[in-house]
Design a protein around this ligand. Structure first.
Ligand SMILES: CC(C)(COP(=O)(O)OP(=O)(O)OC[C@H]1O[C@@H](n2cnc3c(N)ncnc32)[C@H](O)[C@@H]1OP(=O)(O)O)[C@@H](O)C(=O)NCCC(=O)NCCS
Length: 237
């Protein structure tokens, strides 16, 4: 393998994953598996590491959506930013036989003033390598980050998904809340003028003050058809 860092850093404390009680999840595993015991000795569920640039992490994400030519430097910068914030829990499944990341999901913590300065979780970027699908690994990675959200004290966890995946997430405890599960989007990456300004937090002036932003503001859309629904997992206090 080329270029793996000498000493690798976890994005967050891996011991957190050993504290999760998979019996608390409504997910039905057959056979039973968990983050600590994923069913095969060569499977490892763990936080993202900086060395995962060389384990195909970005190639895996490209099975979900467009990733782009992310250099090692850019990857490591983003990794450091996420680690410093403490609010990103990118979690992966590694096939240790191949040194390859074959599953991933992210918990992002959103800090609130409401609900007595509560925190909520967002489930993002769920993907399993297509040659490993149908073996419970999707369930495993989603349940892992969902239990992690509960363990960390989130009052709820939400995600956006296509209609065809609603049943998958419902089987893991997520619900469509009647009258409150629409997902709306405004895209900033469709105009070349705006696209050039999209390197997060590099802009010296607020995007909202620019003429391009005004144009884009006219394009607020609700996702139609099978595109997106928001489903939530409420945790009992
Ligand atoms: C969605 C995804 C993560 C599921 O991974 P997986 O490892 O195949 O999932 P599992 O083996 O744990 O399957 C769990 C259940 O969901 C169902 N399921 C999985 N993928 C599905 C899909 N695309 N559509 C409908 N049902 C699906 C399975 O049939 C299985 O049902 P069962 O428990 O009744 O047998 C995987 O298909 C994937 O990476 N898709 C591409 C990226 C994507 O769409 N991510 C989700 C973004 S919200």
């Amino acid at each position: 393998m080329v270029g793996v860092l000498q000493t690798e850093t976890y994005l967050y404390d891996p011991d957190l994953l050993l504290k999760l009680d998979f019996h608390q999840s409504p997910a039905k595993f057959n056979p039973f598996i968990s983050a600590a015991c994923p069913g095969e000795t060569w499977l490892k569920v763990r936080p993202l590491k900086d060395g995962d640039y060389d384990r195909g992490f970005l190639q895996l994400l490209s099975q979900l959506t467009h990733v782009g030519p992310v250099s090692r430097t850019l990857f490591l910068t983003r990794f450091s930013q996420m680690k410093a914030s403490g609010d990103y829990f990118v979690t992966v499944i590694e096939d240790t036989r191949k040194n390859e990341i074959i599953g991933a999901a992210s918990l992002v913590i959103e800090r609130k003033f409401i609900h007595n300065c509560a925190i909520r979780g967002r489930l993002e970027d769920v993907v399993v390598n297509d040659t490993y699908r149908g073996k419970q690994l999707g369930k495993l990675i989603v349940v892992t980050v969902s239990l992690l959200a509960q363990y960390l004290g989130c009052y709820k966890m939400s995600l956006d998904c296509k209609d065809k995946l609603i049943k998958f997430y419902e089987s893991l405890g997520y619900v469509l809340i009647p009258g409150n599960s629409n997902s709306m989007t405004i895209r900033y990456d469709e105009s070349p003028a705006v696209k050039n300004n999209l390197t997060a937090f590099k802009r010296p002036t607020p995007l909202a003050n620019t003429p391009t932003a005004v144009n884009v503001a006219a394009g607020v859309t609700a996702d139609a058809g099978d595109n997106c629904q928001t489903v939530s997992l409420e945790f009992n206090s």
